[in-house]
Design a protein around this ligand. Structure first.
Ligand SMILES: *[C@@H]1O[C@H](CO)[C@@H](O)[C@H](O)[C@H]1NC(C)=O
Ligand SMILES: *[C@@H]1O[C@H](CO)[C@@H](O)[C@H](O)[C@H]1NC(C)=O
Ligand SMILES: *[C@@H]1O[C@H](CO)[C@@H](O)[C@H](O)[C@H]1NC(C)=O
Length: 261
C-alpha cells in the first residue's frame, strides 16, 4: 500500500468555532487506506482525519477529484459504548447525516461517506478507500504599521502567510478579527502582478469581494496591493507602500485532543 499520499488538494475553509475565529481546511487524499491507516496518516501529515458538518460533506463530495463511491471521514464508534459515535479528535458526534437504513451493523465501526448523496454509512474499518484530512487555522491581526511587502515577510516568518480572504466565511472572520485594528484598512494577501490579481498563497481569486462593481482590471502602478476595507467590509486596491495593520493566517495550535468542545 502506498503510504505516502501524493494528491493534497486544498478544497475550502469552514468555521470551526466562531468565537475563536478558527476554521478548518480539508485535504483530499486519493490514496486508498484503511480507516486506522488514514487516521495515522492525517495525524502525521496534517491535524487529523476530517471532522465535518453536513454542509461540509456536500462540498467534500462535490470535489471532482473524488471518483470513488465512498471516502473516509474521522468518525467511528465509541470504543466503550458502540452505539455512540466519536470524532477522531475525541468529540461526541451529534446530528450525523445517516443514509436511509444506516447504521446497519454493530460490526462496522468506522464511518464512510457515500459521494453520490453525501450521507454516511457505518463501514468495516479495513476497507481501503480515499479520505479527507483536516487542519485548523485562524486569522491574526498584527497591530503594527508596515508596508505590504514587510507585512508579507512578517506573516511568513512568524505565522503562515498574509491572509487570503477567499470565502464569505473567512470574510466574516476577518471582519471580527480586524475590529481592534489601528488603521481603517488592513493588508491582506492580495496582489496584482502581470495583469492579474492573485492570492499570495498561490490561489486564483475566485470568490470576490471588491468594493467596486468589478475587479479592478488595470490598477494604477501604485495601487497594486489589496486591503480589507474595514468600514465597507470589502477589498480594494491600495498603494503597497502605505503603512497599515495586517491580517496573517496562523496554524492553530489545537491538537486532536483539544478539539473536544
Ligand atoms: C483505489 O481503489 C480503487 C478500487 O479498488 C481503484 O480503482 C483505484 O485506482 C485506487 N486508487 C488509487 C489511488 O490507488
Ligand atoms: C458524550 O456523550 C456521552 C453519552 O451521551 C456522555 O456520557 C459524555 O459525557 C459525552 N462526552 C462529552 C465530552 O461531551
Ligand atoms: C490525549 O491526551 C491524553 C492525556 O492527556 C494522552 O494520553 C493521549 O495520548 C492524547 N492523545 C492524542 C491523540 O494526542
Amino acid at each position: 500500500m502506498a503510504m505516502k499520499a501524493k494528491a493534497t488538494v486544498f478544497l475550502f475553509l469552514c468555521f470551526l468555532r466562531l468565537n475563536t475565529s478558527l476554521f478548518r481546511k480539508h485535504y483530499y487524499m486519493k490514496e486508498n487506506m484503511t480507516w486506522p491507516n488514514a487516521q495515522q496518516y492525517c495525524r502525521k501529515n496534517h491535524d487529523d482525519l476530517s471532522t465535518t458538518s453536513s454542509v461540509e460533506l456536500d462540498r467534500l463530495s462535490a470535489n471532482p477529484k473524488v471518483v470513488s463511491d465512498f471516502y473516509w471521514i474521522g468518525l467511528q464508534r465509541d470504543a466503550q459504548s458502540p452505539t455512540l459515535w466519536r470524532w477522531s479528535g475525541g468529540e461526541n458526534a451529534t446530528n450525523i447525516m445517516w443514509d436511509a437504513g444506516q447504521p446497519d451493523s454493530l460490526h462496522e465501526k468506522c464511518v464512510a461517506v457515500l459521494k453520490s448523496n453525501s450521507k454516511v454509512h457505518d463501514s468495516p474499518c479495513f476497507l481501503s478507500i480515499p479520505f479527507y484530512c483536516m487542519e485548523d487555522f485562524e486569522l491574526i491581526l498584527v497591530q503594527q504599521e508596515n508596508m505590504w511587502e514587510e507585512a508579507l515577510e512578517y506573516c511568513r516568518q512568524k505565522y503562515v502567510d498574509l491572509a487570503g480572504l477567499n470565502s464569505g466565511v473567512i470574510m466574516a472572520v476577518a471582519k471580527d478579527k480586524s475590529t481592534p485594528a489601528l488603521t481603517d484598512d488592513v493588508w491582506i494577501g492580495l496582489r496584482f502582478i502581470a495583469g492579474y490579481w492573485f492570492w499570495v498563497n498561490g490561489k486564483n481569486v475566485v470568490y470576490k469581494a471588491w468594493s467596486e462593481e468589478d475587479e479592478p482590471q488595470c490598477p494604477a502602478m501604485n495601487q497594486r496591493c489589496g486591503v480589507y476595507d474595514r468600514k465597507k467590509a470589502l477589498w480594494k486596491p491600495a498603494d503597497c507602500e502605505q503603512r497599515l495593520n495586517f491580517l496573517c493566517i496562523k496554524k492553530s495550535k489545537s491538537t486532536p485532543n483539544e478539539s473536544s468542545n
